[in-house]
Ligand binder design. Structure first.
Ligand SMILES: [Zn+2]
Length: 110
């Protein structure tokens, strides 16, 4: 994964933590992408470019897809998300409660 790809993943995790951190409610890829656009974080990305990042977050055990309608995908969290600061690299990271306590950037245990 590229540096840019990693930063997109970190942004999506942060948005989920700040806006959608509720295991009872669902959110869509469009919801997350709108926040990225509002914050000027989407750059030249399109909603289609986001698909592999959401797939990665599913593979990593943060979110699970529950429904799809054309390009809109609904997700729920497996578990609530917690914020950590990695003492090794200084990155703020956001991990689901079921995920390994490992910094996604430098791979150090939290
Ligand atoms: Zn780190």
């Amino acid at each position: 994964m590229t540096v840019r790809g990693n930063s997109v993943i970190f942004q999506i995790r942060k948005i989920i933590y700040e806006k959608f951190n509720d295991t009872d409610s669902r959110f869509t890829n469009d919801d997350v992408f709108e926040v990225m656009k509002d914050n000027g974080m989407a750059n030249s990305l399109t909603i289609d470019d986001m698909e592999p990042y959401f797939k990665q977050l599913h593979d990593e055990g943060l979110i699970r897809p529950i429904a799809q309608n054309f390009t809109t995908q609904w997700y729920k969290l497996f578990e609530k998300v917690e914020k950590f600061n990695c003492k090794s690299c200084g990155q703020d990271i956001h991990l689901g409660n079921l995920e390994p306590r490992v910094c996604p950037q430098c791979k150090t245990a939290i």
